[in-house]
Design a protein around this ligand. Structure first.
Ligand code: NAD
Ligand code: UDP
Length: 320
């Protein structure tokens, strides 16, 4: 994507958590956006503030079916169920959006000579045997486990993106996103930050799966989006990890949320889902070196900046 010229940009998954933040960022940079979404896990509420913006157009469509929104300069492909609860509920849809949906959007990029960035995931590393995870690690994924509908779809989509670059010369970029949170994280999609924040604010027990010793590294949405935009302007075609390298056990994260909210909720332990990755932390040397990118927002600050959003979700019963 060009940093200098104003462009027409297609964002798939625009009504989702990250897609809507990306639209905001690109609109603020002066670009025109076509947002496509089938609203399977996203919602109009995430885009309500863009109503009437002449540089934003929303198209309700399923990207698994061939579609065309007219000439575009750049495509950000963010459409896919993303939380373990959503992608196991929508297993076949997840396989299709990662395969047919990715090919359909790559075909559009080829047709219009557009640049292309695909939202891949740390989940490509599966339950990693290499720690922290570097982009050169091929991963440890169970191809037939409950998470495989997501992991293998994303691994296929990476292969497709690299192939369109290799065979058709499309200017592609691949970001491997590590756990990201912030306002607009769907309140009911089961991800750990939304679950624990909402439980704490409602005074309900905080649910920890397993003993809480598994780790994740949490990136605030604005940090992630700035890294992704830098990547889209780069010459790098191979995957780049974007995430916050500070690693937390889930138990530590729950205690941080109790402390921040002042909640007196108890912590309760539930069974660990099958194939739940034990450890996850990005090695961000590539992003630092190639993009000069570094996350700025610590978990405590990011949770504080998300508090009013989660409070509003608690006050809107249909959201939780
Ligand atoms: P989200 O569920 O909030 O957003 C995904 C959006 O895609 C939703 O609006 C949904 O309606 C839309 N969508 C799904 N299938 C579609 C289809 N067939 N056609 C059109 N639209 C469709 O999730 P998110 O957290 O914003 O994730 C966005 C992208 O980033 C996903 O591709 C996800 O895999 C990736 N990602 C996110 C994280 C994270 O921590 N948030 C981590 C790794 C990767
Ligand atoms: N988790 C948890 N309690 C919850 C939701 C999730 O302990 O209410 C755990 C989950 O088992 C995993 C981690 O938190 O180990 C992150 O889960 P999430 O669904 O947010 O994303 P993942 O990284 O697994 O895709």
């Amino acid at each position: 994507m060009s940093a200098q010229t104003v462009q027409t940009i297609l964002v798939t998954g625009a009504a989702g958590f990250l897609g809507s933040h990306l639209c905001d960022h690109l609109l603020a940079d002066g670009h025109s956006i076509v947002g496509v979404d089938n609203l399977s896990t996203g919602s109009h509420a995430n885009l309500a503030h863009l109503a009437g913006n002449p540089r934003f157009r929303f198209v309700e469509a399923d990207i698994c079916q061939p579609f065309d929104v007219g000439p575009v300069d750049y495509i950000f492909n963010f459409a896919s169920p993303a939380s373990p609860v959503d992608y196991t509920r929508l297993g076949i849809e997840t396989l299709l959006v990662g395969s047919a949906g990715t090919i359909n959007t790559l075909e559009l990029a080829k047709k219009y000579g557009a640049g292309y960035l695909h939202a891949s995931t740390s989940e490509c590393y599966g339950d990693p045997e290499v720690h922290p995870q570097v982009e050169t690690y091929w991963g440890n994924v169970n191809p037939i486990g409950p998470r495989s509908v997501y992991d293998e779809a994303k691994r296929f989509s990476e292969a497709a993106v690299v192939a369109y670059h290799r065979y058709h010369g499309v200017n592609t970029h691949l970001v491997r996103i590590f756990n990201t949170y912030g306002p607009r994280l769907q309140a009911n999609d089961g991800r750990v930050i939304s679950n624990l924040m909402i439980q704490a604010l409602k005074g309900e027990p905080l649910t920890i799966y397993g003993d809480g010793s598994q780790t994740r590294s949490f990136c605030f949405a604005s940090d992630l989006i700035s890294g992704i935009v830098l990547l889209s302007r780069s010459e790098e075609h191979m995957p780049v990890n974007i995430g916050n390298p500070v690693e937390w056990t889930i138990l530590e994260c729950a205690k941080e949320i109790l402390d921040l909210t002042g909640s007196t909720s108890k912590i309760i332990f539930k069974p660990l889902p099958q194939d739940d990755p034990t450890r996850r932390r990005p090695d961000i040397t590539r992003a630092r070196t190639l993009l000069g990118w570094e996350p700025k927002v610590k978990l405590r600050e990011g949770l504080e900046r998300s508090l009013s959003y989660f409070q509003a979700c608690v006050n809107t019963p249909q959201a939780v």
